[in-house]
Design a protein around this ligand. Structure first.
Ligand code: ADP
Ligand code: GN1
Ligand code: MG
Length: 370
């Protein structure tokens, strides 16, 4: 290992119950929240790979409780996988314990670390290039929800309060506008107005929950394409990862967040907004895959709100990016100036395109409802 950081991380690796010599260590993945490393261990020529993550404990304030959730959820899913004679090392995350038997290691700097088995022979996509892959990701996220249908949610800790409470996000956004700590409001007045004009849309799905029209379920809540692994040889949806936000939530939001990211014809941070569109074919593909994965468990009322799920998640995420921009880029990892603003603008462009295509989106969903 060549530098101090790697030296430090190697020491951390050995706080987990794994065998052998560390022969590889590299930064890994494109998540916006945690720091992820791929670790290769060699024991008598047997290579085993692991994912080591520093949990962002500004975002997740109680990492021990968060890991308790993940242990509960993965243990439950492992049993479900075994019932279907599946591969319990590849179809669900495996948490590696620390030497003292816990699931999280706190280092001397107060940083929190966890380790998973690396899911071998799988791929993780940042962008849809083949509709079949998007379909398979949809099946996997739908199946994830179905697998957890009988899971007791009462023992789950809320890892981020009001995570998909879009009206509460709207209030925080207005506060950030009001405070304007970084004097950035002046350059984003159009973007601010865009969200204010759509305040009512943001309430629709949660109102349906409050009115008892749709159920509260255990959901993933961060269903980006790069949070699901596909089998490298069969292309099938294999394993849902990034379980930090598994909490009670709305199925239509799990559906919607996938559309927001995967059915966008451009990257989430594309600077050229003329490239940003909702791909209706991908929208339809995802509807089909998600309903297949949920396997009959979605109610007709939930199906009726799928398009709103997509619009709400896109509005919410755009508003979160803008809030972070106004607050000085403290939440999402950024790689350039105005990165969060670029991300906010793609979400706005995507919502605008959804509004143009709304009738078609609804027709697609209605066809599938029959
Ligand atoms: P973040 O919360 O920062 O998004 P993730 O848990 O999603 O972190 O991990 C970041 C990336 O690391 C994923 O998009 C995926 O590419 C990869 N990854 C995470 N866990 C595993 C795993 N167990 N096996 C293989 N790849 C993984
Ligand atoms: C974050 O962790 P990651 O990169 O999968 C964020 C999501 C956002 C997403 C936007 C815990 O997801 O809510 O939708 O960025 N996760 C958290 O890309 O805030
Ligand atoms: Mg992720």
């Amino acid at each position: 290992m060549v530098n101090d950081t790697n030296y430090m991380i190697e020491k951390i690796i050995h706080c987990f119950k794994i065998e052998g010599e560390c022969t590889g260590l590299e930064k890994y993945g494109n998540g916006h929240i945690n720091d992820t490393y791929l670790v290769t261990m060699n024991e008598s020529d047997n290579i085993t790979r692991y994912i080591l993550q520093r949990i962002n404990h500004t975002v997740f304030q109680e990492p021990e409780k968060l890991m308790e959730n993940i242990v509960k959820v993965t243990t439950f899913i492992k049993n479900e996988v075994k019932k279907t004679a599946g591969d319990s090392k590849r179809e669900v995350l495996t948490v590696i314990n620390t030497n003292t038997g816990g699931s999280v290691y706190k280092d001397t700097l107060g940083q929190y670390w966890r380790m998973y088995l690396f899911i071998e022979d799988s791929i993780c996509l940042e962008k849809v290039s083949r509709p079949e892959d998007f379909y398979e990701s949809a099946v996997a996220f739908g199946r994830f929800q179905k697998q957890l249908a009988s899971f007791d949610a009462s023992g789950l800790y809320e890892t981020i309060k009001d995570f998909h409470n879009t009206p509460a996000r709207f209030e925080k956004f207005l506060q950030a506008v009001g405070t304007d700590s970084f004097k950035r409001v002046g350059e984003v007045t159009q973007e601010i107005s865009f969200f204010i004009d759509r305040e009512e849309d943001m309430k629709i799905c949660l109102k349906a929950l409050e009115d008892g029209e749709i159920p509260l379920r255990v959901t993933h809540n961060d269903t980006k394409l790069n949070n699901v692994m596909l089998d490298k040889s069969t292309g099938k949806g294999l394993c849902v990862i990034d379980l930090d936000t598994v909490m009670p939530g709305l199925a239509v939001f799990d559906f919607g967040d996938s559309i927001r990211f995967g059915a966008n014809t451009a990257a989430e941070d594309e600077g050229d907004l003329s490239k940003v569109h909702l791909d209706l074919n991908l929208f339809e593909t995802y509807v089909e895959g998600f309903l297949t994965g949920c396997d009959g468990s979605l109610t007709r009322e939930e199906m009726s709100l799928l398009s709103y799920g997509a619009k709400t998640m896109t509005l919410e995420c755009g508003m979160r990016f803008l809030t972070d921009y106004l607050e000085g880029d403290v939440y999402f990892k950024t790689q350039r100036d105005r990165h969060n603003l670029d991300r906010c603008r793609t979400q706005i462009a995507l919502v605008q395109d959804m509004e143009k295509k709304w009738t078609k989106m609804e027709q697609i969903v209605n066809r599938r409802k029959q």
